[in-house]
Design a protein around this ligand. Sequence first.
Ligand code: SF4
Length: 360
Amino acid sequence: MPECAYIHIPFCRRKCGYCAFVSYNRPELQGIYVEKLIQEIKSKYKGENLKTIYFGGGTPSLLEISQIENILKSFNFAQNTEITLEANPDSVDLAYLKELKRLGINRLSLGVQSFDNELLKIANRLHNGIQAINALKNTRKAGFENISLDFIYGLPEQSTDGFKNDLKKAISLGADHISLYGLKIEDGTPFSKQKFENIADDDMQAQMYLSAIEILSGYEHYEFSNFAKNGKISRHNMNYWDNEEYYGFGAAAHGYIDGKRYSNAGNLEIYLKNPLIPESEHKLSAKERLEEEIFLGFRRCAGIDTKKINKKFSIDFDKKYADILEKFQKSGHLERTKTGWKLSVEGILLSNEVLCEFLD
Ligand code: SF4
């Protein structure tokens, strides 16, 4: 049974240039949305004591405290349950953060993206660098001991040095966790309709990524894009990479229950009309489950545990994939570990090509 729950809050004040997430500037629908969301939770949630709860978005910090409180009341959780809320620096102040803490939220994920005002403007973010710093300081002041910062690399006009400076600043400010996102311009986003002259190509993005690994050497690089200090990894996201089940509640949320992956309607109006019926549902075959286990497992820097996979899928991993393992071990993209296999840094940079070979 799932022990983790994701809750999608699809509201934002403004669309960021690179954003491909489901989000709406419809504050008047927030109240009814929370009602429907709770209706969905009540119908699907079986009352398990949850290990993690994650409010993602959109901008969950646009919710009123009473709305978050009502959502949380629908779940059973303990004091050590990891409860994360994503927040934008422009939508939190000290009083709000203290209230979040009072509700039991114990991990705050701040969408900083950069401290550079010019880049933030290009990305159409609502905050500036000073607001990001203040939001981080206030989060600490409110008593949060687990603060994650999100950064983007590859933005138009962004230099590798500029990106490095952002990360150095994050370290000096004491971030507990850092998530990186390499910009991909996706169809339908505001960026896809603009022309940029000075924008990183794949090689430059790879250089930026490598420099991040170097700068963040004091952190545990535990997943392709995630770095943690003092063991403060995202337990919620680890559950995805461990290929375990989880609930997904809200518009555009995805879940994985009883071997079925489902996704809810991304269209807000459709979701509000019928929050109980997913837009799509798919029961995974044994082959699909194994492929997902491999794809997700290799995202962890520790790699995959072959003993666990062999037991779970009644296979001999090393035998089944002997040719692929040999080929990529020789090329330096895969490395043996005590428990199985992991991608080398070169392998991470070429992960799509390497992992595709595990598909039949
Ligand atoms: S805050 Fe996040 S979800 Fe909202 S528009 Fe920006 S990138 Fe998209």
